[in-house]
Design a protein around this ligand. Structure first.
Ligand code: 13P
Length: 253
């Protein structure tokens, strides 16, 4: 049984004060909430301050990116071990905004995934097609390429420490959510790809999140799909009320 996982990607929002306030708001509502795993991913500058707020709760901390080297002369970069040191348990890797604005390649994503796993940080590896690619009927081709390159060199047991997020680029920040069946089609494909490449238990256990305009109003029908295990939430994770409602509505009993 896969536990639902809801992760908030705060992107480049919130200075320390605001981040602490938001984390406190989430903590107030979800302190004793055990029915879903909750992760918040603030900007690097807020990680330590947010960790102070959530450290003795079930809410977990994640980062939005990392560099694959452990240390060295890499100005501006942050390594997986540094993120662990700040209290992070997760790291978003290969978000489409990183691919688009920072030229992140599938090969870079692969190195980041491996470096995160090496120190026990769980990668949330993002895949997803652009609108143009979907219109050209290339969704499966693009996702296959991203999975193949991003997970190159991993073994079946490595998937125990891995989360995949399917985020169609055309649904991010646009208010257009993929319909539950559109999302399910790709999630199902990803799970079958994991089974072919790794193993049946790997496919049965890996969590695949959906991301793209997730709101309290649409999370439930997404979660009702058999291969959607949670969400990576952008805009709606920036207000405690909407994020908390997404978490609560994600649990189907
Ligand atoms: P929105 O929820 O704002 O569409 O963002 C999704 C996303 O990119 C999460 O990583």
């Amino acid at each position: 049984m896969r536990a639902p996982l809801i992760a908030g990607n705060w992107k480049m929002y919130k200075i320390i004060n605001e981040a602490v306030q938001l984390a406190n708001g989430i903590k107030r509502e979800l302190l004793d909430f055990m029915k879903a795993e909750v992760v918040i991913c603030p900007p690097f500058t807020n990680l330590s301050a947010v960790y102070e707020v959530i450290m003795e709760t079930n809410i977990k901390l994640g980062a939005q990116d990392l560099f694959w080297e452990k240390e060295g002369a890499f100005t501006g970069a942050i390594s997986a071990i540094m993120l662990k040191d700040c209290g992070c348990e997760y790291g978003i890797i290969g978000h489409s905004e990183r691919r688009k604005y920072f030229g992140e390649s599938d090969e870079a994503v692969n190195k980041k995934v491996k470096s995160a796993q090496e120190v026990g940080l769980t990668p949330i590896m993002c895949v997803g097609e652009t609108q143009q690619e979907r219109q050209a009927d290339k969704t499966i081709e693009v996702v296959t390429r991203q999975l193949t390159a991003g997970l190159e060199g991993l073994e079946s047991e490595d998937t125990a420490n891995l989360v995949i997020a399917y985020e169609p680029v055309w649904a991010i920040g646009t208010g257009i959510t993929a319909s539950p069946s559109q999302a399910e089609e790709v999630h199902k494909f990803i799970r079958s790809w994991i089974e072919d490449k790794f193993s049946n238990p790997a496919a049965a256990n890996i969590r695949i999140l959906y991301g793209g305009s997730v709101k309290p109003e649409n999370i439930r029908e997404l979660m009702q799909q058999p291969d959607i295990d949670g969400a990576l939430v952008g805009g709606a994770s920036l207000k405690s009320s909407s994020f908390v409602n997404i978490v609560k509505n994600a649990v189907i009993e």
